[in-house]
Write a protein that binds this ligand. Structure first.
Ligand code: ADP
Length: 345
């Protein structure tokens, strides 16, 4: 794909708010700048306002207050079809009774484009996503990857400047999901379009995004590169939501230490006084291949039934083989002070 139909457009949200009723706003005064041609993931738990934000950008949901700008132009009150955006939905949402080419041509039909012209344009787009030879097949006769390309061609037919993706991979099995996300990323780079992708999967967002936007209760908790979000979580919420971190109360505030950056020592091992430490008991031992995941409980604290372990340690397999641990074994969790990242109160 060498030619670009349009220049990638930046998207700007200014004090964007959505209220469905008298309660808390679903999206509460958010400000966000998405660079043109970048891959942005909106991430957060169910109900945090991701889809509402995306639907407002798409023009499928009215805005209570605030503005949406595309390439500097205010599109807040434009109808969906006039915005320069296009949506791609969960499991691609292709019409099962229509051929690939008719699926792609569908929105041109809605816009009153004559049959010959719309089929020609749809065929051309299918060629661009290497699906030209399968244009007459119905979705049920296509693989997951081929369906994704048809869905992409269908979204691109209106020549959008930004593509909005609402959980496009969530209905796929885990193996296909990983394949499809690599393909999405490749298409985004080749097309050079702005992508905004909603997901509740931390792993998916980290794999895809140039920038991640972590949302909570209708507000933005943190914006950053996947590296920044994972290594410098701004809050306890982000650290817990991303996972892979121990949240430790130091008495003067909380810190996050990555589970692969703590060391577990047997009680009998000599201590390193330059490191911070907590006495622990091992509560779970889970073999994960490259690592062994240890569940840990601070000594002297009783584990309530069904409680998940208080801390976790990812011990590389070879290190675990050299110094194995059993459930119930006491020890010490230690970490270098520079590994502790202070969390906002
Ligand atoms: P997410 O996509 O992060 O799961 P949503 O944007 O779908 O979250 O929803 C955010 C909040 O708005 C939730 O509390 C949800 O129940 C509420 N909500 C979403 N859509 C509607 C609607 N059409 N009417 C009333 N409340 C809604």
């Amino acid at each position: 794909m060498t030619t670009r139909d349009s220049q990638p457009a930046a998207i700007e949200l200014v004090a964007l708010t959505k209220r469905y009723g008298p309660g808390a706003a679903a999206v509460d005064t958010i400000d966000l700048h998405v660079e043109g041609g970048s891959y942005c993931c909106l991430l957060g738990p169910s109900g945090c306002g991701k889809s509402t934000t995306l639907r407002m950008i798409a023009g499928h949901e009215s805005v209570t207050s605030g503005d949406i700008l595309l390439a500097g132009k205010n599109i807040t009150d434009l109808p969906a079809a006039a915005r320069g955006t296009a949506m791609m939905f969960q499991s691609f949402a292709l019409f099962p009774h229509l051929s690939a080419v008719d699926n792609v041509a569908f929105s041109l039909k809605m816009r009153g484009v004559a049959r010959g012209e719309r089929r020609a344009r749809a065929q051309e787009l299918l060629e661009r996503v290497a699906m030209g030879h399968l244009a007459e097949r119905k979705p049920g006769e296509l693989s997951g990857g081929q369906q994704q390309r048809v869905a992409l061609a269908r979204a691109l037919i209106t020549r959008p400047r930004a593509l909005l993706l609402d959980e496009p991979l969530s209905a796929l099995d885990p193996f296909l999901r990983i394949q499809m996300r690599a393909e999405l990323r490749r298409w985004q780079q080749e097309l050079g379009l702005t992508f905004i992708h909603v997901t509740h999967s931390q792993e998916e967002a980290m794999a895809l995004a140039d920038r991640m936007v972590v949302m909570n209760h209708g507000a933005i908790e943190q914006v950053g590169t996947p590296w920044e979000i994972y290594n410098r979580p701004a809050s306890e919420f982000v650290a817990r939501f991303m996972g892979g971190h121990n949240i430790i109360d130091t008495g003067e505030g909380k810190v996050a230490v990555r589970c692969d950056r703590v060391q577990i020592l047997a009680d009998s091992s000599p201590r390193d006084a330059t490191q911070a430490s907590i006495p622990i008991v091992v509560t779970d031992v889970e073999y994960q291949g490259t690592h062994v995941l240890l569940g840990l409980q601070q000594q002297g604290k009783t584990l309530t039934t069904h409680a998940t372990a208080e801390f976790s340690a990812m011990v590389p397999e070879a290190a675990f083989v050299d110094a194995p641990f059993n459930v119930g074994q006491p020890g010490v969790m230690q970490w270098r002070p520079e590994q502790a990242h202070r969390l906002a109160a």
